[in-house]
Each structure stands twice: as structure tokens, then as C-alpha cells.
Design a protein around this ligand. Structure first.
Ligand code: NDP
Length: 398
């Protein structure tokens, strides 16, 4: 079989010759007891860079030993790109949300052999799920592999926005020492109201991690958490997102992108937020209206916005979020720490082993199976497509 793997570019100066740490901690299970990926083998060192082209997710030996063909490229946007050329006779496509190969209906229809799209990470919105259902292409992701990585990034972003870390750091880098400049937008989070849109793996982890900061915790979700968890964390549940954002100083978005959540944070909802609130979005760029966020930062309706997700990706050079005031954006990195890469590389191999050996893939990894939303997909997504507009990704560096 032919496996097409679309990964982000190598470091500008080539692959690292050494790493900051000698290795990564060994974890036994995820916080809810789910087991980490269990592939039958592994051909990489945990802690090495695997998510870029030369890292190949550590898959080459495994695939070639079994007689399969692996093609790896980062060239994924615009007509005539390498990925499109290789897709036409591919059986499996692997892509990552950090550098998404937007598997639109048109692309899917160019690939008659395509049987499965694997997301080496979490969040399969870069695949037109409706087209996948229509064409019986299965879609799977490595559930939980980087949920905790993202929740750590969110805590960093909440603290850095509220305390105004980015401004203070730039003052030091520029050789300055004006303390009044450095603190005129700096607050403690203690006593603030913090709310998450969705309390799934990431959202709940954020609530747990924020709890020791002596804050008031809120959440909105389609399903309610167990009463014991609500009591343990003293959570306020909201029946609607509007009710929650009206009272929160900090809102973090942790739901998947699907037709129900696309453009959720538009001008109307942002205007219902508490004046001067901070918004952190590591879920997906398209959940927030790009212009409405920039306008709210300019007017002061929002005091800060941070996250690592954009639309499209890579973000065009003139994307307004690069230059808007009081933002703490990073490229899409929160779920691709070296620690997370080891987990999603293992998970991708586990999925491929099951697929080749005709064994069932874990139900929790399934998004689309046999033309229907299945597993996690049936629980957390809705039918339809959210890939429209992705061709703009070709604008980066033009
Ligand atoms: P989970 O599936 O554990 O959680 C998702 C939660 O979102 C579920 O509780 C689900 O509710 C809820 N949800 C779905 N639709 C809605 C809606 N319309 N309104 C409110 N809540 C909703 O996934 P994770 O927590 O692991 O990941 C969440 C998302 O974070 C991913 O889908 C992805 O987009 C993003 N992500 C980003 C990463 C990054 O690197 N920046 C890496 C990993 C994930 P219910 O199930 O109760 O219906």
C-alpha cells in the first residue's frame, strides 16, 4: 500500500544534533485511566523530533519492512503541490493539525484508492468529514495523545495574558527597565472567574490545573460532568455559552471545530462577554471570527487574546492576528511538544498495525467509520464540512 504522510518542515538549520533533555518521562496511563498507545514496536527515541519531514513519525522502517511505500512531504498547499500529486494513488493519508493537509472533497475525489485518513494528533476538522462519510473513507485520530500538552499551554497563556508577560519580556529584551510600563496592564488571576467552553479531556484538565489558583471555575458543555467532579472543583455549570461568557474574566475554548462551533465567537457573542475579558483559544482558529477578535482587542472589549490555532494554517503573512494589540499567539505548537510527538507517533503506528492486520482500531480513535460518524466522532462532532477557505494557506510567504 502507499502511505502519504504530510508533515511540517524540518528546522531551518537541519535536524538537531542534540536535545535539551536526554529523554522524556515515561507515563503509564492518561489521567482517566485510558492506556497510552500500544504499538507492537517502535523505531525512534522518545524525545526526538518526529513531527517534521525527516522525523517521518518514526514510521519508515516499519512500513518498508512490511512492503509498503511511504512518501513524506511538507508541500501541501496550492495547485500542483507534491501532496496532491502523491494523493491520487495513495491508500492512506497521515496529516497533523499543526500543518494540516486540508483533505477537501475535491482532493478526496482525486484519490480513488483512499481508505483511511489518520490525524497524527487530535482534531480532524482539516478533513471534510461529510465527504469522508460520502466516500467511505475512514477517519481516525490519536485521542488523548496531546490533550494534557495543550492544557499546559493554556495555563501558560492564561497567566501570561493576565500578568502581561509578553510586554514585560519585550521590555527586558529591548534593554529597558521601566517598571510602570511593565505593570500597567498586569493583574493576579486569584479571585477571577475562569470558564471553559467544553469540559472534555482538555477542558477538564484546565479546570483541574486552575483550581489551586483560588479562582471561581465555570463550564459550558453539551453533556454535564459527573456531580462528584462538579463538587470537587466547585464548578458552576452554564446552560448556554452566553450565560458563561457574561460572568467570566477569562474564557478558554476547548471544543472541536465542527459546523455547530464554527464562528461561535463572532461579534455578537464577543459583545456579550464581560468587558475587558481575556480569551484563550487553542481549539481551532475558525471557532473565532478573525476580524471580530482583532476589533475587540482594539476597542478594549477584550483585554487579551492568545492561542496557537489559526485558519488557514500556515497563517498568511498578513493574517490580522499577527499584528493585533495585546495578543499572545504562537504558531500551532501546543500539541506537538517532543513529549506529545512520541505519543502520537506511537498511536499512528498502533492504528496502522491494526489496519494492516485487519484488527479493530480502538473505538476511541474513530471519527468516521463505514460512512458514519463513529466512536469519538459520533460523540463530539456533527455532520458537515468546515474545510472551506483552506486554499488561502497557499498565501503564506508568497
Ligand atoms: P474531547 O473530545 O475530550 O473534548 C471535546 C469536548 O467538546 C467534549 O466534551 C464535547 O462535548 C465538547 N463539545 C463538542 N461540541 C460542543 C459544542 N457545540 N458546545 C460545547 N461543547 C462541545 O477532546 P479534547 O479535549 O482532547 O480536544 C478538544 C479539541 O481541542 C480538539 O477537537 C481539537 O480541536 C483541539 N486540540 C488542539 C490541539 C492543539 O495543538 N492546539 C491539540 C489537541 C486538541 P460532548 O462530548 O459532551 O458532546
Amino acid at each position: 500500500m502507499k502511505i502519504l504522510c504530510v508533515l511540517y518542515d524540518d528546522p531551518k538549520d537541519g535536524m538537531p544534533s542534540k536535545y535539551a533533555l536526554d529523554g522524556i518521562p515515561k507515563l503509564e496511563t492518561y489521567p482517566d485511566g485510558m492506556t497510552l498507545p500500544t504499538p507492537k514496536g517502535r523505531d525512534f527515541n522518545p524525545g526526538d523530533l518526529l513531527g517534521c519531514v525527516s522525523g517521518e513519525l518514526g514510521l519508515r522502517k516499519f512500513l518498508e519492512d512490511r512492503g509498503h511505500t511511504l512518501v513524506v512531504t511538507s508541500d501541501k498547499d496550492a495547485d500542483g503541490c507534491e501532496a496532491d500529486k502523491e494523493l491520487v494513488d495513495a491508500d492512506v493519508v497521515i496529516s497533523q493539525p499543526f500543518w494540516p493537509y486540508y483533505l477537501t472533497r475535491k482532493r478526496m475525489e482525486s484519490a480513488p484508492n483512499l481508505k483511511m485518513a489518520i490525524t497524527a494528533g487530535i482534531g480532524s476538522d482539516h478533513v471534510d468529514l461529510q465527504a469522508a462519510m460520502d466516500h467511505k473513507v475512514d477517519v481516525v485520530e490519536v485521542t488523548y495523545c496531546n490533550s494534557i500538552s495543550v492544557s499546559e499551554h493554556i495555563i501558560m497563556m492564561i497567566l501570561s495574558l493576565v500578568r502581561d508577560y509578553h510586554n514585560q519580556h519585550s521590555i527586558v529584551k529591548a534593554g529597558g527597565w521601566n517598571i510602570a510600563d511593565a505593570v500597567q496592564r498586569s493583574y493576579d488571576v486569584e479571585g477571577m472567574h475562569i470558564g471553559t467552553v467544553a469540559a472534555g479531556r482538555i477542558g477538564l484538565s484546565v479546570l483541574r490545573k486552575m483550581n489551586p489558583f483560588d479562582v471561581h471555575l465555570h463550564y459550558f458543555d453539551r453533556h454535564r460532568l459527573p456531580e462528584s467532579v462538579e463538587q470537587e472543583l466547585n464548578l458552576t455549570f452554564h446552560e448556554s455559552v452566553e450565560s458563561m461568557v457574561a460572568v467570566c474574566d477569562v474564557v478558554t475554548i476547548n471544543c472541536p471545530l465542527h459546523p455547530e462551533t464554527e464562528n461561535l465567537f463572532d461579534e455578537t457573542l464577543i459583545n456579550k462577554m464581560k468587558k475587558g475579558a481575556y480569551l484563550v483559544n487553542t481549539a481551532r482558529g475558525k471557532i473565532c471570527n478573525k476580524e471580530a477578535i482583532a476589533d475587540a482587542l482594539k476597542s478594549g472589549q477584550l483585554s487579551g487574546y492568545a492561542g496557537d490555532v489559526w485558519f488557514p494554517q500556515p497563517a498568511p503573512n498578513d493574517h490580522v492576528w499577527r499584528t493585533m494589540p495585546n495578543h499572545g499567539m504562537t504558531p500551532h505548537t501546543s500539541g506537538t511538544t517532543l513529549s506529545a510527538q512520541a505519543r502520537y507517533a506511537d498511536g499512528t503506528r498502533e492504528i496502522l498495525e491494526c489496519f494492516f492486520d485487519n484488527e479493530p482500531i480502538r473505538n476511541k480513535y474513530l471519527i468516521v467509520k463505514d460512512g458514519e460518524l463513529a466512536g469519538m466522532g459520533a460523540h463530539s462532532y456533527s455532520k458537515g464540512s468546515v474545510t472551506e477557505g483552506s486554499e488561502e494557506a497557499a498565501e503564506y510567504k508568497k
